[in-house]
Design a protein around this ligand. Sequence first.
Ligand code: GLC
Ligand code: CA
Length: 571
Amino acid sequence: MNYKDAVIYQIYPRSFADSNGDGIGDLPGIASKLDYLAELGVDILWLSPIFDSPNADNGYDVSDYEAIMPEFGTMADFDNLLAGVHQRGMRLILDLVVNHSSDEHRWFQESRKSKDNPYRDYYIWRTPKLTADGPAEPNNWQSIFSGPAWAFDETTGEYYLHLFATKQPDLNWEHPPLREAIYKMMRFWLDKGVDGFRMDVIPFLSKDQTFPDYPAGRYGDSSVHANGPRIHEFLQEMNHEVLSRYGRAGEGCVSIGEGIGVTAELANLYVGKDRHELNMIYHFDHAVPREEYRFVDPAPEFTVLELKAIFAKWNLALDSIDPATQATGGWQNIYFGNHDNPRCISRFGDPERYPYESATMLATVLLTQRGTPNIYQGDEIGMTNCAFDTIDEYNDIQVKNAWQALITQGEHSPEVFLATANQIARDHARTPMQWSDAPNAGFTTGQPWLKINHNYQTINVSQQEATPRSVLHYYQKLLRWRKQTLAIHEGTYSDLLPDHPSLWVFERTLNNVTFYTVANFSGDFVVIPVIQGVSLSDNQLVLANLPNQTDTLQPFEARIYERKKTGISDE
Ligand code: GLC
Ligand code: CA
């Protein structure tokens, strides 16, 4: 199967399934759920980081890229998991976190010892800037997790760069031995049979070596760090040295870039057919904005009008030719939820009044879009945001650091902060998977590392397995249908009603076969539209989340039609 035809399922290992009662999800836990995942009908499993780590950022701070985090198990557990995935005809991809490592990585331990240590240039060190007020940070860059992006290190009297936490020093991709060490590590996993990588903040790898201050008007804007001058050279080298040598001829192993700071206009430079860089990229245009100040001044949620505009723009951009490079025909990876965003049903649906309807409506839209979709763990049962009552109930370093800056050291209202965090924090996606109504949602027999959502007795896998009309059964059905429907994999995309304030109606066409997705993104009743003089409902209904056959869509109703030869836009 081509990566364009696949469906990806993202696992956050810490929160998926705990096999030994220590309250932390682990690899044997994942292995015990492989039948569940195969039955769901997904093709590729993406594991968030499983490598040894002090967990400053839950594994996105790697201290040994070739060792398994002891809390998650052993290398034998990993080999067993990989074999189990392959036996079931699925593929496994790992999270490649190589913009930065942990400060506890051996390379950094060496690097900070002296200026002439062989590992010094594995990281980005700069002398203090001399100002009227004394020595200061080399420039004004800010960490995405609050405060300056430079940390002073006493031993050698220099600053190192960390675009994330101080415990996540940025690796220096300008230094060839570092790049070779990373490629070697990638080969280690691919030689084991791993099928590819999701690549963390990949556009950050190359930095402007003059380290200029933020441009005027963009202070603290993290996209400034993206798309540096040598990024495409580095990715082409990585592709040549590693990616192209594995997987399928012509497409290499699976490679997905986390496209932070990548605009639609730049996308084909990363994924265009003749670029020899990555298979796919996913963008941040509909991610929840979460700069530090957002915790007291949240952005309004995206409306369906905005979502449609974003998806249309990306589809158009990927299908176009880049005028400068002629790069063409790139592919994207699409998502509504992941471990860095609140739950999609809480953002775009109505989990209180329409839990089944809104979860299945979102599934219908995501899984019939053009692009390789990611299902985030728990979305297939409609898991929701969690009510966190105090700052201590959170785990995420981003929320903790923002609290420290805005509340402990700042003068903002703790009530406002807590109310906002209950909308935007990343921990909403990280509460343990809800397997059953047993204590701790069947996730662990011990004390879970993060709060379990209070609603686990009504929203859980076993309950939905036993209920014919459930979000889970709808996902299974939709995925089975999708698998054999080529037009949904690679057909063209066109938004039929970009200006409709509550419906998302789009067409997918391949070789004269056309499907229409009609989705009601609102809690209102909406009359099914007539397009070019023909009612959509005159086409052949293939799938729907509600039994309703009338011409009025119910709240969050979604339907998929196949065009009848006598239907609309028939030539
Ligand atoms: C990516 C990850 C996020 C992590 C950050 C730093 O955005 O998805 O979870 O905190 O990179 O590694
Ligand atoms: Ca465990």
